[in-house]
Design a protein around this ligand. Structure first.
Ligand code: TYD
Length: 210
């Protein structure tokens, strides 16, 4: 029986997810929670190897790409997230299934239904208590990713039309999940980090008090 809380941050590259994840972990720790930060792809040793293949390797066929993200996720949820939740921890996770719906679905052209069914199987139906989407438009996403310096990874380098599709995929998924009753928050990633942090904290507080 799960007793922890599981919060997922989603959004395009450069949306500010890792900054918000850190703030949230600190606030939860301040309330006495044992909070862990984790991410997909790459939240396990196996996942780190899959991440390297996906982001810095040779061309990957889109079906293989979808399967590799799902494989990383299956291993991560079973070995990191579920045990932490069972131990009563707060899990703050950078990216989950909605990233696959956005990038492999909307971006690469597979239907959301296919991606959801592949990934639903991979994680045996596990769903977070709250998903926060930091919505960012494609141009801002690409310029923030470029401003970080270094080489763009394989997905970041996929071009602005791809990133427009990704954003639309995230927003459509947020709408569908909300309609299906999921606890889902969509925020404007161009707001200040302080404002975003307060908005996220309001939703998390509500979750903790429910
Ligand atoms: P991320 O770790 O957020 O990138 P970074 O650390 O460089 O900011 O994600 C890595 C890339 O993988 C990102 O471009 C989005 C992509 N991705 C998918 O295409 N599908 C997925 O299911 C996930 C989780 C990530």
């Amino acid at each position: 029986m799960e007793s922890g809380i599981w919060i997922v941050l989603e959004g395009g590259d450069g949306a500010g997810k890792s900054t918000q994840a850190r703030h949230l972990a600190e606030r939860l720790q301040g309330l006495g929670w044992d909070a862990i930060l984790t991410r997909e792809p790459g939240g396990t040793d196996l996942g780190a190897r899959i991440r390297e293949l996906l982001l810095h390797g040779e061309h990957v066929d889109p079906r293989a790409e979808a399967l590799l993200y799902a494989a990383d996720r299956a291993h991560h949820i079973a070995n990191v997230v579920q045990p932490a939740l069972a131990a009563g921890k707060a899990v703050i996770q950078d990216r989950f299934i909605d990233s696959s719906v956005a990038y492999q679905g909307a971006g690469r052209g597979f239907s959301p239904t296919e991606i959801l069914s592949l990934n639903g199987w991979a994680v045996a139906g596990a769903r977070p208590d709250l998903t926060v989407l930091l919505d960012i438009d494609a141009d801002a996403s690409l310029s923030r990713a470029a401003a970080r310096g270094g080489e763009l990874d394989r997905l970041e380098a996929a071009g602005s039309e791809f990133h427009r599709q990704v954003r639309a995929g995230f927003l459509a998924q947020a709408k569908a999940q909300t309609a299906a009753g999921a606890n889902y928050l969509v925020l404007d990633a161009t707001s200040s980090p302080e404002k975003l942090s307060e908005q996220i904290w309001a939703a998390v507080s509500q979750l903790l008090n429910s």
